[in-house]
Design a protein around this ligand. Structure first.
Ligand code: ZN
Length: 546
């Protein structure tokens, strides 16, 4: 580790360089943060950022005046919440973090439910993927916070999120404080007691959920987006966020109040713990989940998302102001775990006639039954979490039949008009390292970045673009998770007080965040330990990446 001061050039050199290169701005030193704040806005796609960017007036406007990468990639294929959060602070893709999906299957797991949740400890007796004990045990690599703590035990790591998997994957294995939402308030690991800030926010939130709330009024710019869209037989979206009944915590979670409380808790802990005022460098990770719940429940292009993003902008502005009052040098990085796209019913009306929902034939149960009938096999042949992603050959299939089962299923899947590609575990295991920028990656490159030989399926199914793997009868009407750029591409914004902003439209990766933040400390990372690279955040000839 070399000291920060050592990297600054002597003044005389700067003067000489500036005289020789009159078009180069005077070199600014990199920021020297005492507090690193990383914010993940769940399902905040690059498309949403572009669409609303000119409309932001508060926090997101200020952050947009920093160093902007409008095309940052969650470069892997399985663009879900858990893998996406596992890349943000580890500098590694899911193939190395081990977090290949929100859920995977362990066909040898000795419990009735062979589905494994990414942030559970299935070693706890009596657990299932639905009723689990939250744990970081599946995360195979350290986070930036853990690395900072190893280098200097005075570092503190704080993680707060609307979802347990977001909080856990950004915190890593040794957080000082970690809080995620469950039921009607923020909870933590069994041995953690609520701090005064946690107790205060939880009491406030509980009282708010206890009261009924009218439909929040649409901000002026969102009213023009109101257009009723029929989804299936039962549901209509596109008009407004519905009113909330007293006690309805699910509706609360799908409203701007949810992010407001999450940010209030993050700010409360920052004040309470005096983050950035100690001897070490502190990390505050924040996962804001309401955008994802609104996207799933109402799609991305209606007035509901407009309302959500306008509130998010406002709340981030209030959060920034609170942070500035602490008078500690800080750096913020804001990004997302994945992107998303709109419900097929609205897309069909809006120049995307190929938008559609998945056919029943792709369901692992239906596929398995067809394969079993072809081959004269009995029982469940396949297990998997849905029509796309990882498919596992059941343990009941005889070893000498596995290859023929896989070949038969692949042929059947490729005959489906909604399937774009099917890879086997052998193909994914042998895939060469991707060398092009992430927007130019092949589908094999993308799927290989999500591949872990111990956890991935025997087959990985990728759907065609604009195919939504959700029925029109459930609470989720729009989703993400595909290998396509609308799900992979997210904004990445770096900001600190006094930043000289610039924009770099060329693609970067979310795994670049950790090595970039490490360079500001500076904390050295051994070559090859991270998939990402350090991004030069200084517009001048000076660089933070040395
Ligand atoms: Zn997500």
């Amino acid at each position: 580790m070399h000291s920060f001061a050592k990297r600054r050039r002597p003044l005389s050199l700067l003067v000489t360089a500036a005289a020789l290169l009159p078009n180069v701005a005077a070199a600014a030193p990199p920021p020297a943060p005492k507090l690193i704040v990383v914010i993940s806005v769940d399902q905040f796609s690059a498309d949403l950022f572009a669409e609303y960017r000119s409309r932001f007036t508060a926090g997101l406007k200020r952050l947009s005046q920093g160093v902007i990468f409008p095309a940052a990639y969650q470069s892997h294929a399985a663009t879900e919440t858990c893998p996406g959060h596992s890349t943000i602070l580890t500098g590694n893709r899911p193939a190395r973090t081990g977090i290949i999906a929100n859920n995977w299957f362990d066909v040898n797991l000795d419990r009735p439910d062979q589905r494994v949740y990414c942030a559970e400890d299935e070693g706890v007796a009596g657990s299932s993927s639905e009723n689990y004990t939250v744990s970081p045990v599946h995360l195979k690599v350290p986070t930036l916070g853990e690395r900072l703590k190893s280098a200097d035990p005075r570092t503190r790591v704080v993680s707060v999120a609307g979802k347990d998997r977001a909080a856990v994957m950004m915190a890593g294995h040794t957080p000082d404080q970690i809080w995620w939402w469950k039921g009607r308030g923020f909870v933590s690991y069994a041995d953690r007691k609520p701090t005064p800030a946690v107790a205060r926010i939880n009491a406030q939130t509980d009282a708010e959920i206890g009261r009924a709330a009218p439909s929040p009024p649409l901000p002026p710019g969102c009213q023009a987006r109101a257009q009723a869209i029929r989804v299936g037989l039962e549901k209509e979206v596109g008009v407004r966020l519905p009113p909330r009944e007293a006690g309805d915590a699910t509706a609360y979670r799908t409203s701007p109040s949810f992010d407001a409380e999450t940010l209030a808790l993050a700010a409360g802990l920052a004040v309470e713990m005096k983050l950035g005022q100690g001897q070490g460098i502190d990390i505050l990770a924040i996962g804001l989940s309401a955008t994802d719940y609104v996207g799933h429940g109402f799609g991305t292009e209606g007035p509901e998302m407009c309302l959500q993003l306008m509130h998010l902008d406002r709340e981030l502005g209030l959060f920034l102001a609170k942070l500035e009052k602490q008078r500690v040098p800080f750096v913020i990085a804001l990004t997302a775990d994945h992107g998303g796209h709109d419900a097929p019913e609205r897309n069909q009306l809006r120049a995307a006639p190929d938008a559609q929902r998945t056919a029943d034939a792709l369901d692992p149960g239906s596929l398995g039954a067809a394969v079993a009938a072809d081959l004269g096999l009995e029982g469940f042949v396949f297990t998997g979490d849905g029509p796309a992603g990882d498919l596992y050959v059941s343990a009941s299939v005889p070893k000498d039949k596995r290859d023929v089962v896989i070949a038969n299923a692949r042929k059947r899947l490729l005959a489906q008009p909604q399937v774009e590609a099917v890879f086997t575990r052998d193909e994914l295991g042998a895939a060469p390292k991707a060398i092009l920028p992430p927007d130019e990656w092949s589908l094999l490159d993308r799927a290989a970045a999500s591949f872990d030989p111990a956890r991935s399926g025997d087959l990985v199914v990728l759907l065609r673009p604009h195919v939504t793997p959700a029925p029109d009868t459930g609470a989720t009407i729009a989703t993400h998770g595909s290998p396509w750029d609308y799900d992979r591409r997210v904004p990445l914004l770096f900001w600190w007080p006094g930043v000289t902003g610039f924009e770099q439209p060329l693609p970067v990766e979310i795994v670049d965040i950790a090595p970039t933040l490490a360079s500001l400390v500076p904390l050295s990372i051994a070559a090859g330990e991270m998939d990402g690279r350090c991004l030069d955040l200084l517009a001048s000839a000076e660089s933070n990446c040395r």
